[in-house]
Structures are given as structure tokens and as C-alpha cells.
Design a protein around this ligand. Structure first.
Ligand SMILES: Cc1cc2nc3c(=O)[nH]c(=O)nc-3n(C[C@H](O)[C@H](O)[C@H](O)COP(=O)(O)O)c2cc1C
Length: 387
């Protein structure tokens, strides 16, 4: 199972094609678009999020509400396109002021300069249009489809914000449905009310200073069976694949599984999880410091992954850069931008992780139809039970 995405941030539309998705999965279109709407929320976002109300249409691979096994084609229209038809014209360069306007000033912290040099583009818009986090819209749409496969097998995902700048939220110890319910109502996607107020204040203070903030988000996956991923080959280790997927999200600079970087400070006895057995729960662990992985495979305990997002690169008090034409230093003009996108990034990370888990699930139980996968899954569970 794989997907590719295409489209520019100010182009007519974003597109994705999912290949290898099984047949007979009922698609809940509302649930799919709910994920896209969640991506646009959160305290600290800029005005663009009010212009774009994303809705994905499926234009291939689904008939009468169910997948057919054919590639699934997804489209999200950019509602702002009408203002960009000249600048982003696909066929020709219009003879207008906008059509002629080039981006020749690379922004620090963005792909602009490296991309311009690499692709030999002297209009840096050709780089920034694709490197923008707008691309994550399609990653969320694909993850939202993958979740519908996972839900057939009782696998659920949630996320919450752990840190924004200096403010840390208390770890929530809640059933997953409760975590989902509370974080959906929080403007910064936390359970801890005190931290919520402090985070909102920190974002407002950064904005007033013309500055930006990053943070940490945690994703939890419940219900994944033991044995997704494999220890036998480096590129089949699911923890490694999740880390790659998380680090590929714009502005993500770190990934931890379980207690992650904490493990460096502790003794082994405080890091590893003892193994227990009883008739009702089978093999299990009383702790889950490993975050649901041993040897690159799921242990059957919840998967716990954290991602670190750097502060937004575009600053209202910009850093110095160099004009690619004159080679003269300049300080970029003020642009409309997010102050903090950590809450939204948590939603993106959830859907990106969902895709990786679904892909590993398909590798393990692979079949062309939901019924075939279910047979494989149930027969495997029986094998595990009788082990
Ligand atoms: C949800 C989300 C929203 C973002 N919004 C902005 C933004 O408004 N302005 C900005 O400069 N960067 C924003 N970014 C970050 C940039 O897209 C990212 O830093 C840039 O593409 C360079 O990639 P890199 O940081 O991974 O090297 C956002 C990232 C995410 C995940």
C-alpha cells in the first residue's frame, strides 16, 4: 500500500493517489473530512486557515460508498485559487504585474534557497509552493482513509500536545476516547487546563513580539496487534518507519518512541518492561516504556510516539537573508503566517502514523478484500492465543 501526493499551496487543487487499498471498506466521507477540519484548527494559526475550509472529494476507487480495490484518487480544491490564477498560471506566464512577480528573496528556515540551487529555479516560488505545509492536507486525507481500515480491526488513534515553548502539560492518564473528547475541545489540544491557559498566553506573547513557538506532540495508537513490522530487515522495522514518517512532516526535527530520550539518563531496570502472563490477558507488560515496540515489532501494548516541531520559520521580525539577484543582504518583508502550529501538527502526525500502521497491517494480513484480511487476521490471533 502506498500513496503519492501532488499540487502546490496556491495551485488549483491538491491531489493524492492511494494504491493497494483493499476492497469492500465502507468509506465514511464525513469522518475523512473531519480529519481535514481538525488540521485547520488550533490557537496560533494565521488567516489562511479561515480562507481554506478543506473538503476532500474522492474521484476514483470508491463506488456506492465502498472501496473497489482500484487506486483511490483524492482531490482537495484550493478555495484561494481565484486570487492566484495569474501568479500560478499553469500554461503561460501572463503579462500582468502579478504574473511577472518573482520570489528572489529566500526565507531562512525554509526550503527556498537549497531548493532553488538544487532545481536551478530562479523564481523561488517554484520551491516554496511545494515545500509548504499545505501538502500535509493530502497526507491527512490519506491517513484518514487508512484509519477507516484500522477501525475495522478496533485500532484507534489519539494525540495531545505535550509542550509549547516553555510550557509543559501534565501527562494525561485517561482512556483513549476520553482523551479524544477533551483534546478536541481544547484550543491547544491538551487535557491539563492550567497548561492550556499558559500555552495560549505564551503563543499570544510570542505573536506580540513578532516571534514564533514550537513544541512536542504525542500520538497514541491503541489496539494494534503484536507483530506488526519485523526485526529481520532494517526497512521493515515499524518504529523506524514511523520515525521517518514523523520527521518528514514540515518543521519536525525529532521523534521519540516510548520514553525516548529519557532512556539515556536512566538505568536499564527503569527502562525495560517486564513480561507477564495470565489466562485473561495472555502475554503483557505492566509498564510500556518501550512505547509499544521491541525489535521493530509491535508488542501489543499501545504505540506511543512523540514528535518535536521547531518554531515556525517566518518571523514578523525576520532574520537576515541574501537576495539571489543582487547578492545583497535584506531583511524580509512581514508576511502573514502562523505563530504556532503545534496543535495542528499533532493532527497531521496522528494521520501520518495511522498510514504507517495501516501499511504494516496490510503487509502482515495483506489481502485484496476486507473479508480476506479479516480471515488472515483472525487466524493469526488464534495462533497467538494458542502459543
Ligand atoms: C501545520 C504546519 C503549519 C505550518 N505553517 C507555517 C507558516 O505559517 N509559516 C512558516 O513559515 N512555516 C510554517 N510551517 C513550517 C514550514 O512548512 C517548514 O518549516 C518549512 O517547510 C521547512 O521545512 P523544515 O522545517 O522541515 O526544514 C508549518 C508547518 C506545519 C506542520
Amino acid at each position: 500500500m502506498r500513496y503519492l501526493t501532488a499540487g502546490e499551496t496556491h495551485g488549483p487543487q491538491l491531489t493524492a493517489i492511494i494504491e493497494g487499498f483493499p476492497s469492500n471498506i465502507t468509506i465514511d466521507f464525513e469522518a475523512m473530512n473531519h480529519q481535514l477540519h481538525r488540521r485547520q484548527k488550533g490557537h496560533g494559526r494565521g488567516r489562511r486557515m479561515q480562507i481554506e475550509k478543506d473538503t476532500a472529494s474522492i474521484v476514483g476507487g470508491v463506488r456506492h460508498g465502498r472501496t473497489t480495490g482500484a487506486p483511490i484518487a483524492l482531490v482537495v480544491e484550493n478555495n484561494d485559487w481565484k486570487h492566484w490564477t495569474s501568479i500560478m498560471n499553469i500554461e503561460e506566464q501572463p503579462d500582468t504585474v502579478e504574473g511577472k512577480r518573482r520570489v528572489n528573496r529566500p526565507r531562512p528556515g525554509h526550503a527556498d534557497l537549497s531548493g532553488g540551487l538544487k532545481y536551478n529555479q530562479r523564481d523561488l516560488r517554484n520551491i516554496l509552493e511545494r515545500s509548504s505545509a499545505r501538502e500535509t492536507t493530502m497526507r491527512v486525507a490519506c491517513g484518514a482513509v487508512a484509519r477507516q481500515l484500522l477501525e475495522e480491526f478496533g485500532i484507534k488513534l489519539a494525540s495531545h500536545v505535550v509542550r509549547i515553548g516553555e510550557v509543559e502539560a501534565k501527562a494525561p492518564e485517561l482512556p483513549i476516547d476520553e482523551l479524544i473528547r477533551i483534546t478536541e475541545e481544547s484550543p491547544v489540544r491538551v487535557v491539563d487546563a492550567e497548561a492550556e491557559a499558559a500555552m495560549v498566553a505564551a503563543i499570544d506573547a510570542a505573536k506580540a513580539d513578532g516571534d514564533t513557538l514550537g513544541g512536542i506532540v504525542e500520538v497514541i495508537v491503541e489496539g494494534a496487534p503484536v507483530g506488526l513490522g519485523s526485526h529481520v530487515q532494517w526497512d521493515r522495522k515499524l518504529d523506524g518507519r514511523i520515525a521517518q514518517a514523523v520527521l518528514s512532516i514540515q518543521a519536525f526535527k525529532g521523534c521519540e518512541i516510548g520514553i525516548g530520550f529519557e532512556a539515556a539518563k536512566l538505568r536499564g531496570s527503569k527502562v525495560h518492561d517486564a513480561i507477564h502472563f495470565d489466562e485473561n490477558s495472555g502475554f503483557h507488560r505492566a509498564t510500556n516504556r518501550a512505547g509499544g515496540f521491541e525489535g521493530g515489532m509491535t508488542t501489543g501494548e499501545p504505540i506511543v510516539v512523540r514528535g518535536v516541531m521547531k518554531p515556525i520559520s517566518t518571523l514578523y521580525k525576520p532574520l537576515q537573508s541574501v537576495d539571489i539577484d543582487t547578492k545583497e543582504p535584506f531583511t524580509a518583508q512581514v508576511e502573514r503566517s502562523d505563530t504556532c502550529a503545534v496543535p495542528a501538527a499533532g493532527v497531521i502526525m496522528e494521520n501520518v502514523v495511522a498510514w504507517e500502521v495501516a501499511q504494516a497491517f496490510m503487509e502482515k494480513f495483506g489481502g485484496d478484500s476486507l473479508e480476506e484480511i479479516r480471515r488472515n487476521y483472525e487466524s493469526y490471533l488464534k495462533q497467538v492465543e494458542s502459543y
